[in-house]
Design a protein around this ligand. Structure first.
Ligand code: RNT
Ligand code: ZN
Length: 412
């Protein structure tokens, strides 16, 4: 069937083999935090806070680094292609030792780097400015308290150095992302003061020049969160301005905007002015930003823009969702595969004909082709991709998940 489908696409001017090559060489950064509900492995790990909330209590959660790696290996086997690990600082290998956030070093992440090397995958990193006594009042890098600010500055500086070591050791640049929860529940009078403090803290964090072949800095905005309904210091405008001025990567989280506001249309605009983009592909539902990614309109629109604007080479695709009400490995696999399926659909567009029609003002053809594209047998191409990459096809995915659940998860 695949050969026939390939022919059909070729008639429309679409090179299926080329699409499969691009798909195979587009890694998705798998967020470690789906595996244990953003818990991490600090010796005194407390409650999840700073507006982050995970609901559900599905059995079989990873309770140790070994279990999380086992689960990640399982998830990676269910996702076609070669991907990356996205690790948060709270997931260090601290060996029961109390290591405060401003004291983290490369050695605490060496076993993760070694694991990634064994897996043949790259790794990305995140400072963890939440779930900590010094973040309990809602502020970190923009805190009015100089000592608190200094603590988080040191944490973010340490995170970048760890990022650079990761990139150097793995031979693939590490994207180190900064997201801070800073914001207020209610009416805020001195918004500018908070934003000025955030700016100056970020300047200190990023002051040391690091080799971009090893570390790429990214900053992530948010519109509102639980406990920061009225004001978020690091808003989109703030970080867009900051990233443009400082030429850092800009992180767009698909769930961090107004409920009906997508990030797809922002891509071609921001990419004119920032060097790189980090995506947190996610799915917002009403006020909550972190549902498992699906092959839905939003995700398709994002991938279409990456392909149509020809910015895949400057984009780092990461995921950001946490669902504890379903099998966590299934969540990783379903979400990552949905992002890949969306990308495949975008790569299979008859782009030449679409562009010609648009330029000629023939919007009828444009609309007809776009609608036709959805009805073409793209899923045959997807199944071929899964087979070539030794991953289960759509029908077998659930069985693989259930087998692992009964063999491993149910025994925890
Ligand atoms: C929070 C941000 C951030 C976190 C992770 C855990 O709203 O999206 O990216 O989800 O860093
Ligand atoms: Zn995010």
């Amino acid at each position: 069937m695949f050969d026939q489908v390939k022919e059909k696409y070729a008639e429309l001017g679409v090179d299926v083999e080329n699409a499969l090559e691009v798909l195979a060489s587009t890694p998705i950064s798998l967020h470690c935090w789906q595996g244990d509900d953003v818990g991490g492995f600090e010796s005194d790990s407390g409650e999840l806070g700073s507006g982050l909330a995970v609901t559900g209590n599905y059995p079989g959660k990873a309770r140790s680094i070994a279990e999380l790696r086992q689960d990640l290996e399982q998830a990676l086997s269910l996702i076609p292609g070669t991907h990356r690990l996205n690790l948060h600082a709270i997931y260090g290998d601290f060996d029961g030792e109390k290591v405060d956030r401003n004291e983290i070093e490369v050695k605490h992440f060496q076993s993760w780097i070694d694991w990634c090397k064994d897996q043949g995958i790259g790794m990305d990193f995140n400072s963890s400015c939440f779930s900590h006594s010094k973040a309990e009042d809602g502020f970190t890098l923009s805190s009015p308290d100089a000592g608190t600010r200094q603590f988080w500055i040191e944490h973010c500086q340490a995170s970048r150095k760890i990022g650079a070591a990761i990139g150097e050791q793995l031979g693939s640049s590490c994207v180190t992302n900064i997201w801070v929860p800073d914001g207020m529940k209610d009416l805020t009078v001195d918004r500018l003061g908070y934003r000025k403090r955030l700016e100056s803290s970020l300047n200190e964090v990023l002051a040391e020049r690091l080799n971009p072949d090893f570390n790429i800095d990214a900053v992530e905005s948010k519109l509102f969160g639980i406990g920061s309904e009225s004001f978020v210091v690091g808003s989109h405008e703030f970080y867009m301005g900051y990233a443009m001025r400082e030429q850092t990567a800009l992180c767009l989280d698909a769930g961090h905007f107004h409920p009906t506001e997508g990030i797809a249309d922002k891509i071609s605009a921001v990419m004119m002015f920032v060097p790189e983009l980090l995506l947190h592909v996610s799915r917002g539902v009403r006020w909550d930003s972190d549902h498992v990614v699906l092959l839905d309109d939003q995700t398709q629109a994002i991938m279409q823009e990456l392909v149509r604007s020809d910015v895949l080479g400057r984009t780092h695709i990461g995921l950001d969702f946490f669902d504890a009400s379903i099998n966590r490995i299934a969540a990783w696999a379903i979400g990552t595969r949905a992002a890949q399926k969306s990308l495949l659909l975008a790569l299979l567009e008859p782009s030449k004909r679409l562009r010609e029609a648009e330029l000629a003002g023939d919007y009828t053809t444009r609309l007809a082709l776009l609608e036709m594209n959805k009805a073409l047998p793209w899923s045959v191409v997807w199944e071929e991709f899964c087979q070539r990459q030794n991953s289960p096809g759509e029908v077998d995915l659930l069985n693989s998940v259930k087998d692992y659940e009964s063999a491993v998860l149910s025994k925890r």
